[in-house]
Design a protein around this ligand. Sequence first.
Ligand code: ATP
Ligand code: TZE
Ligand code: MG
Length: 275
Amino acid sequence: MTNETLKKAIEQTAVAVRQMNPLVPSITNTVTINFVANAQLAVGGSAAMVYLPDEGEGLAHICQAMYINVGTLFPVYAETLPLTAKVLHEERKPWVLDPVAIGLGKMRTDLLTQFKEYKPSIIRGNASEIIALAGLWNLSGGSAVSEVRGVDSTDTVRAARDAAMALASWTGGAVAVSGAEDLITDGKQVIISKGGSPMMPCITGTGCSLGGVMAVYAAAADPFVAAITGAAVYNLAGSRAETYVKGTGSFQTAFIDELYTAQPSDIAGNPFILE
Ligand SMILES: Nc1ncnc2c1ncn2[C@@H]1O[C@H](COP(=O)(O)OP(=O)(O)OP(=O)(O)O)[C@@H](O)[C@H]1O
Ligand SMILES: Cc1ncsc1CCO
Ligand SMILES: [Mg+2]
């Protein structure tokens, strides 16, 4: 892929989801569920959030793509998440996994272990989560899950490069590592997406909602292009929003405004490096 073909693919993806309004349901955490839905709607998707096993399974059958985030687990998810992921895998529906807080608790570890066989099309996490997931799945570049602390990253994006490439090679999809710059790989090529704002890690759910938005784009593009398009619109919107807000509260509102008003050509023009 060249810079020009990638820019064209990003622009086409952003245009396509606005035309399609794809149904992209989520099973996600209760902290940021509203932010995820609003971000998905802002870029052109149709959101639907569920918790129950038959509802996850039912939506997996009819959706264009789906988002699963293990941030706040409840006992019912031991049934909901594998059932839903199995349908997505069997029907070759694109789906995005956010392995939030990997390493915390037995149920989270069991679920994330099971997802190895259901091959998420895009894995999106911060650097520490990506390194820990590669470790849990016994892939190169990974490390023991016990090193993760809570939901925030203690590693740099570049430190997760090998883990991200190993995960993408396993799934055959894409992996996106978020941070001050974002690294996206399909296991062969690596893209660094630039921009964003230091305010983004100061509000909860920019990462979660980024996963939801990547799932929306995955309804219209292959996983690698979808993940790159998501990173690009986030970095564009974050850079723009920080220029006129007083602090992080109004940043969240301005950020959603910028997602909503971002033009496909501007999303494609957000700086990236193809390594
Ligand atoms: N220092 C930074 N400068 C610019 N952009 C940033 C910075 N830190 C994070 N971002 C952006 O914020 C978004 C979320 O990334 P982050 O790594 O904070 O996710 P996360 O830790 O999973 O977030 P959460 O779990 O709260 O949803 C990405 O678009 C990323 O590019
Ligand atoms: C803060 C927090 N705690 C569980 S999930 C979540 C959202 C960010 O990952
Ligand atoms: Mg996160």
